[in-house]
Design a protein around this ligand. Structure first.
Ligand SMILES: NC(=O)c1ccc[n+]([C@@H]2O[C@H](COP(=O)([O-])OP(=O)(O)OC[C@H]3O[C@@H](n4cnc5c(N)ncnc54)[C@H](OP(=O)(O)O)[C@@H]3O)[C@@H](O)[C@H]2O)c1
Length: 209
């Protein structure tokens, strides 16, 4: 399988990349990024400008796509920029991948994703899911983690505090309220990329514990 991976430098995406490169079922990985990745014989990692996505079909040709691209409102700096990155980049890449013959799209979305949500973040995630599904891949998998709890290089104090709290409460919390580890999300997304079940599949946070 030829895998197209977006967000390969991120917390979840870097685990997907590691697992994919170690998986004998995967013959090639294309991971467009804005930062360099370590070289690997089965990895092609073109540095691209995400505001001007190359229309060159070769980059987007793959059997399956895993997308773990996204930012935070704080890093984005405005709602418009957040929407541009989390929604527009994702949907435009999905369109290019579909045109390139991609059959499966696995999207790292978020718990609570809903076009009608009261929360801007969840609305954008819901809109992204809806617009990716509308592209009509043979298989679309919407993976909806809760808080992603793992070591980050940049400080995210609120997430880190919440992560510590959820870890302490883990023995008494139902699975649906527990935090999700990036390596678990990555493993589930990669397995979903191989599944042959047609249509739309939703993976909720309790399946990512
Ligand atoms: N944090 C949470 O608790 C949480 C919970 C549920 C869902 N999610 C969602 O899960 C997904 C993966 O999360 P994560 O924690 O693995 O994310 P992350 O560590 O912040 O990584 C995000 C990835 O997106 C890329 N990216 C961000 N802004 C970009 C831009 N302007 N242009 C190009 N690439 C850009 C990053 O590239 P660079 O390395 O170049 O920045 C990185 O590869 C995201 O969509 C996130 O919204 C997060």
């Amino acid at each position: 399988m030829h895998l197209l991976l977006l967000g390969a430098t991120g917390l979840v995406g870097s685990h997907v990349l590691e697992l994919a490169l170690a998986d004998p079922r995967i013959t090639a990985v294309t991971a467009p990024t804005r930062r360099a990745l370590a070289e690997h014989p089965r990895l092609t990692a073109p540095k691209i400008d995400f505001d001007n996505l190359p229309q060159d079909a070769e980059i987007w040709k793959a059997d399956a796509v895993i997308c773990a691209l996204g930012t935070t409102l704080k890093v984005a700096g405005s709602r418009e920029r957040f929407h541009r990155i989390d929604h527009d980049y994702t949907v435009e890449i999905a369109r290019l991948a579909k045109a390139g013959g991609g059959r499966t799209f696995v999207l790292n979305s978020a718990k609570g994703a809903d076009v009608k949500s009261l929360f801007f973040y969840s609305r954008v995630k819901g809109e992204t899911e809806k617009d990716v599904v509308a592209l009509g891949f043979e298989r679309t998998v919407l993976v909806r983690p809760g808080l992603i709890d793992g070591p980050r290089t940049e400080p995210r104090p609120a997430e880190q505090m919440f992560g510590t709290l959820l870890r302490r409460l883990k023995p008494v919390l139902p699975r649906s309220l527990q935090a999700n580890r990036p390596e678990t999300i990555a493993r589930v997304m990669l397995e979903q990329a191989f599944s042959a079940v047609p249509g739309v599949t939703v993976v909720t946070s309790d399946a990512l514990v």
